[in-house]
Design a protein around this ligand. Structure first.
Ligand SMILES: [Zn+2]
Length: 232
């Protein structure tokens, strides 16, 4: 087996692993969105509680002050005006408390709804994970086996390309015109210098990269046969 054959084996199984994982990843992303929504509702609830507490404390303080003033200023003519202003202040606080309590009810309702969606998202993630668990474990073992025979440097290059190109680390060479020796990279469509193609032959421990997109190039059996027919 040449390096390129081993890379192709890795490439095929790596793509399967990635596609299985992506099914779980989309469910994970959905759950994360729900968790974030829930966090913001929780924050809103905390702020609401703090404000309500503050307003209620204000009311209590004012009530105490009101009693003290009433006693001290019983004789003073302005008592009525003072009382009026206290009552107005307390009324404002009470209105605020009522508004905050209404908001609290709304927050609770939204939290309940979001909790249900969150639960659904969590279950969906669990289901998806269990659905693929066995298959993924098998494929991951297969992938490790395929990766084990590839030299570290080539493997690092493969992994970084696979990450950059969402698993598409390799690209077949396409024959555009055999007589004119025109070839291109199937992934990025760029014309390949003849040297890229000729150097594909006779190498065992190395690989050729696309001059444009850097993907590891390979030749399908038919292309290989077309370019350099084996004697029969
Ligand atoms: Zn390319």
């Amino acid at each position: 087996m040449t390096l390129i054959d081993n890379l192709l084996t890795l490439y095929k199984v790596d793509r399967q692993v990635r596609s299985l994982r992506s099914r779980v990843e989309s469910a994970q992303i959905y759950l994360k969105v729900q968790n974030r929504e829930m966090d913001s509702i929780t924050l809103e609830r905390t702020e609401n509680e703090v404000q309500t507490k503050q307003r209620k404390a204000n009311i209590a303080n004012k009530a105490v002050n009101d009693k003290q003033y009433s006693a001290l200023l019983a004789e003073v003519n302005t008592i009525k005006e003072l009382r009026k202003s206290f009552e107005e202040e307390i009324l404002i606080e009470m209105t605020s408390v009522e508004e905050l309590e209404l908001a609290a009810a709304d927050i609770s309702q939204r939290a309940d709804e979001r909790e249900k969606v969150e639960q659904v998202a969590e279950n969906e993630l669990k289901v998806r994970k269990s659905e693929i668990a066995e298959q993924l474990a098998e494929l991951e073992t297969e992938r490790s086996t395929a990766a084990a025979v590839i030299p570290e440097e080539a493997l690092n290059e493969f992994d970084s390309l696979a990450d950059d190109y969402d698993g598409e680390a390799m690209a077949a060479i396409e024959i555009i015109d055999l007589k004119r020796k025109e070839y291109s990279c199937t992934a990025c469509s760029l014309r390949l210098p003849l040297e890229s193609v000729t150097s594909m032959f006779g190498i065992k421990d190395n690989f050729v990269s696309c001059v444009s997109c850097d993907r590891i190039l390979y030749l399908e059996a038919e292309s290989r046969e077309a370019i350099a027919p084996t004697e029969k």
